[in-house]
Design a protein around this ligand. Structure first.
Ligand code: GRF
Length: 228
């Protein structure tokens, strides 16, 4: 069964395009049920329509966050996505929205997670926020990267699913730096989705407070030995 997706966009839509290309090219076993946007002017909407994908537009203008999200949830009622993919969606989702996409399974630490994926253009936890490429470039990082992660209640924070790095070159302008990062995004996001389609979500364990205990440290050492 193909993975059913709802892709949320606010702008250009190149990651959405990469997902559609991967599906058409047989590299991703998924179906985009609907593309959702808060921005009626988003170029991504034209791309989606040209590709024959249904769109749902709910402008956030003049609405409280939860009211906006309630309207989106209402529109999504006509679909049954396995995952929401935030691909350049410039709104923070509230716990009210996330609750509607709580996964039935548990994460690596036995906690709940949401069926919502985000692509972020930095090596999280470095440079969260809306201008990650600009911030990393301005900071002068030598090694930059991109992250695909599950969304939780905090911004650019949930469990990491995959990361990819790229060097900042001496000759890089901000534009060339962003272009190289974006090209990697277009590869990584469809790859992560394909791995979920095949094997479900793969979690990396996060260190929990119990792992700071003596017993936890011993367990970690065991694990490290096993991995060598
Ligand atoms: C990408 O850089 C993505 O990582 C970030 O927003 C940008 C969206 O670009 N979250 P596009 O709309 O997919 O072209």
């Amino acid at each position: 069964m193909p993975l059913k997706l709802a892709i949320f966009v606010s702008g250009r839509g190149s990651n959405m395009g990469a997902i559609l290309d991967a599906i058409n090219g047989g590299r991703l076993d998924a179906e985009v049920e609907v593309v959702v946007s808060n921005n009626p002017q988003a170029p991504a909407l034209n791309l989606a329509e040209m590709a024959g994908v249904r769109t749902l537009v709910v402008s956030h203008k003049g609405l409280e966050r939860e009211e906006h999200e309630r309207l989106i949830l209402e529109g999504l009622g006509a679909y049954s996505p396995d995952f929401i993919v935030l691909a350049g969606y410039m709104r923070v989702l509230s716990p009210y929205f996330l609750k509607a996409f709580r996964a039935s399974g548990k994460d690596a630490d036995g906690g709940d997670y949401f069926r919502v994926i985000n692509i972020h253009p930095s090596l999280l936890p470095a440079f969260p926020g809306a201008h990650a490429y600009e911030d990393a470039y301005a900071y002068g990082v030598k090694l930059a990267g991109i992250t695909v992660h599950l969304v939780d209640e905090k911004v650019d924070h949930g469990p990491i699913l995959a990361q990819e790095t790229f060097p900042r070159l001496d000759r890089d302008s901000l534009e060339s730096f962003k272009e190289r990062g974006l090209a990697l995004e277009h590869i990584l996001l469809p790859e992560v989705l394909q791995s979920i389609a095949c094997e479900g979500v793969h979690f990396f364990r996060r260190q929990s407070s119990s792992e700071n205990s003596t017993e936890g440290k011993a367990l970690k050492k065991e694990g490290a030995k096993g991995a060598s």
